[in-house]
Design a protein around this ligand. Structure first.
Ligand code: ZN
Ligand code: ZN
Length: 370
């Protein structure tokens, strides 16, 4: 039986280890995929620090683009119904809903399924649906979508879990109207995805508050009209003044939180214009509490909207954004760093130090096949 390597976090605070294990042929509705690129997400780094609940030894990575190696006997299409064959490129985020809970079947909102996260943390001695691996096994019920050959895989993986997360958030926001002003707090992949979607929605001013400089440069290339560098505007009063200045004193019709930092919340509330909306996207794994002035929410008719994770249709939409806009917008350019699988720890450290715009792991083909 062939074997493949995978990067395993055995405990928070310990260096990631490379394990090797067998990869049996896919059964039923499973598919075996050779990973071409695995996105390194800030959340992966939070796992290594123990800032997200540790489920036990786990293969890291929840953003993948890979080639179909072998289809299970029951598989003939992707989850959008498009025919699929060995050699095809597919994209997945290993969020596997249970389809038998209140969220999945009564609310019909699989993004709220309590089983989503544990689903990807199975025994690391078996082929994972996680992505820091040479060969992944995508089990039946986990959505994946074909990436057309005319679409650079970098344009998809640069916004690995960020684009579907932001597409979901935009849906919950109920869209941005032509010419509305937008402030994006944060310019990691989630903030950059917000810039892309605000631009495609026809937003007016798009002000990005974040850093470091290379990420702000990328934000400008993707559609930001003004950037506020945290290194220069290092306190909240300066930042609020800067965004009010950039929006003619009104604040923004839409403020999008994409920082993952709890302090950003109270600051963001102050940046919303009267009648505006505040979309909370980045605080998914941010511990801690924050104090705001509720009177501002009341007196200004504000709406505060939360959005967690994504649903399968947002992965399908993310492929569509990459396919249709990669020539107009330098989406693929956001991949700034590439690492081998055995450099997974280095990749995580670089992401932790915010040296990257987007880091990816390129596992390569397994060396031992038979
Ligand atoms: Zn992520
Ligand atoms: Zn469920």
């Amino acid at each position: 039986m062939r074997t493949a390597k995978r990067a395993v976090l055995t405990a928070p605070g310990k260096p990631v280890e490379i394990w090797e294990g067998p990869v049996p042929p896919p059964v039923g509705g499973d598919v075996v995929v050779s990973v071409e690129m695995a996105g390194v997400c800030g959340t992966d780094h939070h796992y290594t620090l123990g800032e997200v609940a540790f489920p036990g030894p786990m293969v890291l990575g929840h953003e993948g683009v890979g080639r179909v190696e072998e289809l299970g006997p029951d598989v003939s299409t992707d989850y959008g119904g498009d025919p699929i064959a060995p050699g095809d490129l597919v994209y997945w985020v290993p969020l596997k809903p249970c389809h038998r809970c209140h969220a999945c079947t009564v609310l019909e909102d699989v993004s709220l399924c309590p089983d989503l996260s544990p689903g990807r943390f199975k025994d690391p001695s078996t082929p994972p649906m996680a992505t820091y691996t040479e060969l992944a096994n995508l089990p039946s019920g986990l959505a994946y979508f074909k990436v057309p050959e005319d679409t650079p895989p970098e344009a998809v993986i640069a916004f690995g879990c960020a684009m579907p997360t932001m597409l979901h958030a935009m849906e919950r926001l109920d869209g941005i109207s032509f010419g509305q002003s937008v402030i994006v707090q944060g310019c990691g992949p989630v903030g950059l995805a917000a810039v892309v979607l605000a631009r495609l929605a026809g937003a007016g001013d798009i002000v990005v508050v974040g850093g470091p400089a290379p990420r702000l440069e990328m934000a400008k290339k993707l559609g930001a009209t003004t950037t506020v560098d945290l290194a220069l505007a290092s306190d909240d009063e300066t930042r609020v003044a800067a965004v009010l200045d950039a929006t003619r004193g009104r604040g923004a019709d839409v403020v999008i939180e994409a920082t993952g930092r709890v302090e950003a919340f109270a600051e963001g509330v102050r940046m919303v214009a009267r009648g505006g909306r505040y979309l909370i996207v980045g605080l998914w794994s941010a511990p801690g509490a924050s104090s705001i002035t509720p009177r501002l929410v009341n007196n200004r008719n504000l709406r505060i909207i939360g959005s967690a994770l994504s649903r399968p249709r947002h992965l399908h939409q993310a492929v569509g954004v990459a396919r249709h806009y990669h020539r107009q917008l330098p989406l693929a350019e956001a991949v700034s760093h590439r690492f081998r699988l055995d450099q997974a720890q280095e990749a995580l450290d670089a992401v932790g130090r915010q040296e990257t715009i987007k880091a990816v792991i390129v596992p390569g083909r397994p060396s031992s096949t038979s």
